[in-house]
Design a protein around this ligand. Structure first.
Ligand code: NDP
Ligand code: 8X3
Length: 250
């Protein structure tokens, strides 16, 4: 039986990926900070024999190391790592932003992803197999007002993914950076700090991507032949496109 580790599996993309892989008989390692949600997913998706949960903050390096070091034997050969845990906080211009929000995005989106990758790579190399799927964003390609550190953190994910491929050439380990556009999850509730009206507006009057769309994409990627490496995949809703460059006229 194959094993997938999904960071940030308590909602959104991570949860949808967990459900899809469970349905296809994979063993799951699910992480997140919300213990209750991890417990109910574990119960729903097959119990402790099929689903192992680890509740920790991904920006805590020691917690990441401990979670991986204490995996039960049957979960210790990880075939697929989905570096999904992440968040945006705020949409203020750089001079008005809360510096704590910037720290948190860097610690989660960049450092958390680094810690998980670094911890799992040696075993993948030893086993001469593995697939790392990083959840980047269109924000890593296309800046927008108020995106500042969130955009930059996803640009890190893109370049880190590309650089990993150069380190891993010849190892048979695959790496893909998936770059979704507007997708309806808890993302905007988190970004706007539980201001539900503001969060809802992001999805009003438009058809956004769903978490299922991203899960289906990951399932397809994981099932491509082993000699194929999709390096980067940008996915927008049909009802989203790049805007024109902005020009200020005083
Ligand atoms: P959600 O808010 O629904 O899910 C985010 C997940 O990340 C949750 O499971 C959350 O778990 C986990 N997480 C956040 N911070 C931490 C932390 N410090 N430690 C451990 N887990 C953490 O949003 P999405 O599903 O939309 O987001 C998933 C990824 O997709 C993110 O990286 C996001 O940047 C990216 N993305 C989202 C897009 C969108 O429009 N929705 C588009 C492009 C990319 P918990 O709270 O339990 O810790
Ligand atoms: C999330 C998509 O455009 O809100 O990464 O930054 S966007």
């Amino acid at each position: 039986m194959k094993t997938i580790l999904i960071t940030g599996a308590t909602s959104g993309f991570g949860e949808a990926i967990a459900r899809l892989f469970a349905k296809n008989d994979w063993q799951l390692i699910l992480t997140g900070r919300r213990q209750q949600r991890l417990d109910s997913l574990q119960q729903e998706l097959g119990g402790p024999d099929k689903v192992h949960t680890c509740c920790f903050d991904i920006s805590d390096r020691k917690a990441v190391e401990h979670a991986v070091d204490s995996l039960p034997r049957q979960f210790s050969d990880i075939d697929v790592l989905v570096n999904n845990a992440g968040l945006a906080l705020g949409l203020e211009p750089a001079d008005k932003t809360d510096l704590d929000d910037w720290d948190k995005m860097v610690d989660t989106n960049i450092k958390g992803l680094m810690y998980c990758t670094h911890k799992l790579l040696p075993k993948m190399r030893e086993r001469k197999q593995g697939y790392i799927l990083n959840i980047g964003s269109i924000a890593g390609n296309w800046p927008y007002p108020g995106g500042n550190v969130y955009c930059a953190s996803k640009a890190f994910v893109k370049q880190f993914s590309l650089a990993l491929r150069t380190d891993l050439l010849g190892s048979a380990i695959r790496v893909t950076n998936i770059e979704p556009g507007n997708a309806e999850t808890e993302f905007s509730n988190v970004r706007f700090k539980a201001d539900e009206q503001r969060a809802d507006k992001v999805y009003q009057g438009t058809v956004a991507l769903t978490a299922q769309d991203i899960a289906d994409t990951i399932w397809w990627l994981v099932n491509t032949p082993k000699h194929v490496n999709v390096t980067t995949m940008e996915i927008m809703p049909t009802e989203q496109a790049n805007g024109p460059l902005a020009v200020y006229r005083g």
